[in-house]
Design a protein around this ligand. Structure first.
Ligand code: GCB
Length: 606
């Protein structure tokens, strides 16, 4: 009885948490009002503004009392006791992590409260208004004018709330509690090799729509027929049923009207023989317009197909080798989490100059500028769920969290031609519970998006009978479309000379992508090639690895670790690491190391 009740409570809780109406499609290009800029903040390690002294959340109390930070209380008379005042506090820039903005918050993991005031006059009184967050790490509680809008878990995907009912023309105040504490049940969990940046790390905006509006759509090339554009459109609002939606792609002479069903949905197929297919050498994007009598959305969409056939990857039916590099979401311009379009362009320009046609966005969904720019620049993309290393495999909340993050990144990026691979996880230790977790996630991903390839960064094993031979013994390798694995021969496993002695026996008849290999070097440190941390060692490691990897029959691509040195609290070697993982081909100051040119030459030859 007790058990059933508990299960009921968990399911109920998860439903509340993850059943908000999904955020609006194409928030990126819709007309909006930015709430970026300076926000007042209070650092609250004890969550004093959230719980009273009996550790009861203020939001459950009536009256709430002056202690609750989300009420933005002000002292009303001489006797009134209010022990905080947002308006007298310092400010943080949004979007941005707090760690790199304030020296005192460099290592901080906990709660910070943000506050911003704003006025807003609707264009039409009947319109609806939503507040949209591109991302905040890790758990976020959001309040408008003292009322709770909701909570979001997951540091790397968007969320929104409708605020039409609470919005005033003057003096609104939005208060956001962001908590980046790591937890054992979290996704990611306690242990990672990157900086746990906290804060409202991505754009915040207000989006105004008519009462019935275009909430979602997916428009792409038909998987089975390259002369057909197929898609789905969805309206939300009281007049969503039986409404006409016009789809226009001028350049293809397409202008068609469809009518929604009872649920406000449309499924369509349009034949067209003149489509110029999107690819790295032809990143053609079409202006696509969707229009109802009230609403209009404009997007830039590329049309391409992607398949894995035996051991080759086919882009628009033609075999392609993925010349890639792994990237963390860190700004090469000012350090910290990257958040701007300039950061995205800089990172992708680096990858271009390396000769890449592909990037692995590790180890979590990056900000939307990255995939938007990848679409424009002709860069293929691997996107990844932060199921990293050890996860609490048996915990249903952990699973729900991972699945929700997957759903949100698919929801955001399903119209991006550049995105070709959804990665489930990175370097997860095999076990029954882990296999069940990942298989469930994979099934879920396929039902959400059956048009892209699925992979995961796995690990290698010693072949059970053949000496000096590496293989993949992981049942999840049978489930994925692309077999990817990380390997560190020459760094964690021996020195670069070892590469020459290694053979590969990979039994899966699938395309193979080496999702990681690499080694550390401090830019400007020179010596003999046997001397670890020198640029020469890293250069040698790349030369030997590239020779070794070319002995893999099914090799279809790679994304070595990593484009730029990045911050990690695990990396403490003084004078060399100083909190940076030094496996970058470029230093955090933008200086190219010798190994950069080894990989560049290899890609030129491909
Ligand atoms: C890995 C991880 C990556 C680490 C890297 C390293 O295998 O996937 O997150 O940063 O190794 O440098 O050790």
């Amino acid at each position: 009885m007790k058990k059933t009740y508990l299960l009921f409570c968990t399911v109920f809780f998860l439903q509340i948490l993850y059943s908000q109406e999904p955020f609006i499609a194409n928030a990126y290009l819709r007309n909006s009002t930015s709430l970026n800029g300076y926000w007042k903040y209070i650092v609250d390690p004890y969550e004093n503004g959230f719980y009273n002294y009996r550790y009861e959340p203020f939001e459950n109390l009536k009256p709430t009392g002056n202690g609750a930070f989300f009420t933005n209380a002000k002292r009303k008379d001489f006797a009134d006791l209010v022990e905080y005042d947002f308006d007298k506090m310092d400010s943080l820039q949004v979007p941005g992590d707090w760690n790199s903005q304030k020296e005192k918050l460099y290592y901080y993991e906990g709660t910070v409260w943000y506050k911003k005031s704003f006025d807003y006059v609707k264009k039409d009184t009947k319109n609806r208004v939503f507040i949209y967050f591109g991302g905040a790490n890790y758990e976020t509680d959001i309040y408008l004018n003292g009322k709770k809008l909701g909570k979001h878990i997951g540091g790397f995907t968007p969320f929104q709330f409708e605020i039409s009912h609470l919005l005033k023309e003057k003096d609104n105040f939005i208060i956001v509690k962001v908590d980046n504490k790591r937890t054992k049940e979290g996704v990611p969990t306690l242990n990672t090799d990157w900086w746990n940046y906290g804060g409202i790390t991505r754009d915040v905006k207000l989006i105004e729509t008519p009462e019935t509006y275009i909430t979602d759509y997916q428009i792409q090339l038909d998987v089975k027929n390259q002369n057909i554009i197929s898609g789905k459109i969805k309206l939300s609002g009281t007049t969503k049923a039986n409404t006409n939606v016009v789809l226009e792609i001028d350049e293809l002479d397409i202008k068609q009207t469809f009518t929604t069903d009872k649920e406000g949905r449309i499924n369509f197929k349009i034949k067209n023989n003149n489509i110029s297919y999107w690819s790295p050498s032809n990143p053609k994007l079409y202006k696509v317009i969707l229009r109802t009598h009230q609403d209009q959305v404009i997007d830039s969409i590329g049309f391409r197909t992607i398949e894995a056939k035996e051991s080759t990857i086919l882009l628009n039916g033609e075999s392609i080798f993925l010349k890639g590099i792994s990237i963390h979401e860190e700004s090469p311009i000012k350090g910290g989490r990257s958040a701007s379009i300039e950061d995205a362009i800089q990172l992708l320009e680096y990858a271009k100059s390396l000769g890449c046609n592909y990037v692995r966005l590790a180890h979590y969904p990056h900000n939307e500028h990255m995939v938007r720019m990848a679409d424009k620049m002709g860069m293929l993309v691997w996107e990844e769920n932060p199921v990293y290393w050890t996860i609490d495999w048996n915990n249903s909340k952990t699973y729900a969290n991972a699945q929700n993050q997957m759903a949100e990144v698919i929801h955001r990026d399903k119209n991006r031609a550049s995105v070709i691979i959804w990665s489930m996880a990175n370097e997860t230790p095999t076990s029954k519970a882990r296999n069940k977790f990942l298989n469930q996630l994979l099934q879920f991903t396929r039902t959400k998006d059956s048009t892209r390839l699925i992979s995961a960064a796995l690990e290698i094993q010693e072949h059970p009978t053949l000496p000096n031979t590496k293989t993949i013994m992981d049942s999840f390798a049978d489930a994925v479309d692309i077999l990817s694995f990380n390997q560190y021969i020459g760094w964690y496993d021996g020195t670069p000379e070892k590469c020459a002695t290694i053979n590969w026996k990979i039994n899966q008849n699938k395309p193979v992508i080496i999702s990681e290999f690499g080694g550390g070097a401090k830019f400007g440190l020179h010596g003999i090639k046997e001397d670890r941390w020198t640029e020469e060692y890293q250069e040698f490691l790349y030369q030997e690895n590239l020779k070794m990897l070319s002995r893999i029959e099914q090799l279809s691509g790679m994304s070595p670790w990593i484009l730029v040195d990045f911050k990690s609290p695990r990396r403490v070697l003084p004078g060399i690491q100083d909190n940076f993982n030094r496996k970058g081909l470029i230093s955090e100051k933008g200086e190219k190391k010798k190994a950069f040119f080894v990989l560049q030459n290899y890609y030129k030859s491909k």
